[in-house]
Ligand binder design. Sequence first.
Ligand SMILES: Cc1cc2nc3c(=O)[nH]c(=O)nc-3n(C[C@H](O)[C@H](O)[C@H](O)COP(=O)(O)OP(=O)(O)OC[C@H]3O[C@@H](n4cnc5c(N)ncnc54)[C@H](O)[C@@H]3O)c2cc1C
Ligand SMILES: NC(=O)c1ccc[n+]([C@@H]2O[C@H](COP(=O)([O-])OP(=O)(O)OC[C@H]3O[C@@H](n4cnc5c(N)ncnc54)[C@H](O)[C@@H]3O)[C@@H](O)[C@H]2O)c1
Length: 445
Amino acid sequence: MNLSKNNKKVAVIERHEAVGGGCVHWGTIPSKALRHSVSRYIEYKTNPLFNTGDRLARLTFPDILRHASSVISKQSNLRSSFYDRNRIQMFQGDARFIDKHTVEVTRQDGSTERLTAKTIVIATGSRPYRPPEVDFTHSRIYDSDTILGLTHDPHRVLIYGAGVIGCEYASIFKGLGAKVDLVNTRDRLLAFMDTEISDALSYHFWNSGIVIRHNEEFDHIETRDDCVIMHLKSGKRVKADCILFANGRTGNTDKLNLEAIGLKPDSRGQLKVNETYQTEIDNVYAVGDVIGYPSLASAAFDQGRIAADAISCGNCDEKLIIDIPAGIYTIPEMSSVGKTEQQLTAAKVPYEVGRAQFKHLARAQIAGTEVGTLKILFHTETKEVLGVHCFGERASEIVHIGQAIMEQKNGGNNIEYFVNTTFNYPTMAEAYRVAALNGLNRLFK
Ligand SMILES: Cc1cc2nc3c(=O)[nH]c(=O)nc-3n(C[C@H](O)[C@H](O)[C@H](O)COP(=O)(O)OP(=O)(O)OC[C@H]3O[C@@H](n4cnc5c(N)ncnc54)[C@H](O)[C@@H]3O)c2cc1C
Ligand SMILES: NC(=O)c1ccc[n+]([C@@H]2O[C@H](COP(=O)([O-])OP(=O)(O)OC[C@H]3O[C@@H](n4cnc5c(N)ncnc54)[C@H](O)[C@@H]3O)[C@@H](O)[C@H]2O)c1
């Protein structure tokens, strides 16, 4: 879109008929739509206003998938209409390089067409990593793409991999009432988050009955007619109706014939780029999941825009922000931006903590979203906000208020802003005033 707005002639090649990529069809959008339905279902079941003691209709995974499908098609159609309006030509088929200016598109019927361009951007995304020894054609074994084709209502789900995808799906299945085993290959959940926040998630998972097994690795899988059993290297066996593998992703570079242009991806199929997303080949750029970290739709939008500026103008002053926020749509939700307490402690930065508990906020009491906390980390001398960490409903929205202040230059980033301003009342945003006062009160006079 940015290239087209800069008067460049643009063609997009997409393997699938509908545009939107993994983000719209198999990743961000479906998982968030599923999560939204489940959290409303939980609210409905627990709110005494609706739960009158009568038996409530049970919601199943196929039920909530139907709602997600309608959001997926709305998103995809919207994107198609943007392309049409901006005269961006779509070519449906599989793309592969012939040389550094030529790409061959193979259509579904096997026919081919060659397109040439001055500049080519690789935005082929990623796919779930599939351990080679696991049979993903088995009807009880899924990854995060194929789980969207689940037609039955499993009672017991085993999730292998407790990264972001594993934790989000653990919340979804638990919310629907399934028994969930979450097998983690690492020693704690989401170690990149502030420890207090990831501990809060562990506690809530434990409290809701999710069984987390840390430091485990699978040895092999045994399939039976009525179940599937994962044998772990520790000797444990875990039985389930189905297994969801969520242990990382691989960049979609293997089908691009990159040898033809002399580009070599790393062992995870990812490409190396510079600050403007140019690869080692000067007219070939790469953005999104195919370049690895942070592997987020949020960052991919900006990377695409920055690359397009660099292509149009020959350079680009705009850079991707360093503090990319994390929004993790577990139940409860979590979000953070900036440094964690662990990072500040390791770097010996003098900081203080300001906290607000959601249970003390009028808005949270009204909405029945009392589980949660907002934590602001700030420099004890300059009062600069260094990190914002939030746990609880709407955390991924709330964190952006703190982010806006953190981004201010020339002394504008100061925790006192939250004390010196007036917040709408009652709001969740008010948590910033409560947390700021709490933190400032801890400073020695
Ligand atoms: C379950 C899940 C939940 C997620 N949740 C979030 C979230 O909440 N927030 C967030 O920010 N991110 C989230 N992500 C990550 C996000 O979806 C990705 O970062 C984002 O989709 C990356 O965009 P992309 O354009 O690089 O790739 P994609 O969205 O994967 O798009 C790549 C496109 O390229 C096409 N393609 C590939 N190879 C070829 C070829 N050879 N020829 C033609 N076409 C080709 C594919 O068909 C696809 O349409 C989630 C991911 C998953 C899997
Ligand atoms: N709310 C969100 O922002 C959100 C939600 C879901 C997914 N995502 C994105 O999707 C990505 C994937 O999430 P995930 O939970 O599957 O994985 P993850 O990146 O958390 O990794 C899970 C485990 O798999 C391993 N692994 C990763 N890639 C591998 C590979 N190619 N080969 C072998 N092992 C590998 C990792 O080392 C880790 O132990 C995340 O990086 C995240 O950016 C974001």
